[in-house]
Write a protein that binds this ligand. Sequence first.
Ligand SMILES: Nc1ncnc2c1ncn2[C@@H]1O[C@H](COP(=O)(O)OP(=O)(O)OP(=O)(O)O)[C@@H](O)[C@H]1O
Ligand SMILES: [Mg+2]
Length: 357
Amino acid sequence: MNGYDETDIPEPDRLVAPGADGEDTAVEAALRPKDLGEFVGQEKVRQQLDLVLKAAKQRGATADHVLLSGAPGLGKTTLSMIIAAEMGAPIRITSGPAIQHAGDLAAILSSLQEGEVLFLDEIHRMSRPAEEMLYMAMEDFRVDVIVGKGPGATAIPLELPPFTLVGATTRAGLLPPPLRDRFGFTGHMEFYAPEELERVVHRSARLLDVEIDTAGAAEIAGRSRGTPRIANRLLRRVRDYAQVRADGVITREVAGTALQVYEVDARGLDRLDRAVLEALLKLFGGGPVGLSTLAVAVGEERETVEEVAEPFLVREGLLARTPRGRVATPAAWAHLGLVPPQQAGGGPRGQQGLFGA
Ligand SMILES: Nc1ncnc2c1ncn2[C@@H]1O[C@H](COP(=O)(O)OP(=O)(O)OP(=O)(O)O)[C@@H](O)[C@H]1O
Ligand SMILES: [Mg+2]
């Protein structure tokens, strides 16, 4: 399709994957907060959006177009549905990859009702002609429908009712500036703090009718990589364990043991993440080592290591990408309970100097 995209990378089946799997899709609808009040965290975006929506409602107008950017599983789809609910408007859901021809978009736009919310997921993956049509639709609520082919083709202008476009993207940087500029408001979704994820876990547990105590929720939250989707998924797996091996109640111990069974460690690293770190520390003394070498050592593709494992390791401050190769940070040694070579006596081949004395 349109070149490189994160979805092209084969992601091994993992509990801590940020994207949705089939099971997530089935249960997410039930766990989605229905209004801004129920939506946990993202204080900044929530407050900003609250103002945008309230002001539009007071004026009796359609809300400005909204762009939501942020990593997978942080609540963009959820928020788009909340926007529609808060505006008391219907919502139409589609996505960039689903709109390959401008005609597909014209069909959707021309059937919108006044005030309707059009949710365009993965907006950065739309085709070029559709994107250009969208510019005019967003700005002037108008599209030119091309009728016929070749020299006889004519453009018939078509008025659209005012609508609110909510675009979602995991890659705001890939959006062409003219598109970005046409949104009245952009909400940047951040990773969630552990306390916020704890609230997500408590809320989901209530909806799933699972008993969980404060420490149990904190244990799951701490392993969820700042991502509500992962928190909900881990909660479901811990619930299975609690039901089969314990008395159904999720405590710290139950959550900890269950996630050990599923190989998600205290910081949310899974088998692959740990394999990468372990190879880097044990085989290469903490680096620097080239990506290809590291990938061979863990028996994975380069892309898998680079795109699937590394982003979280870098975000956590466990691994650094340097011009000379991958390097473990002191936190990585600590996390795996290993001692860096220089502290162990090092010797001439120790890794002194990389992080100062
Ligand atoms: N702020 C929140 N409070 C409570 N639950 C949340 C929140 N944000 C997300 N969730 C839950 O996390 C799950 C994933 O959220 P959602 O589908 O909205 O993410 P997304 O950003 O659209 O992800 P993707 O980029 O993969 O489309 C949903 O089940 C939702 O209930
Ligand atoms: Mg989504």
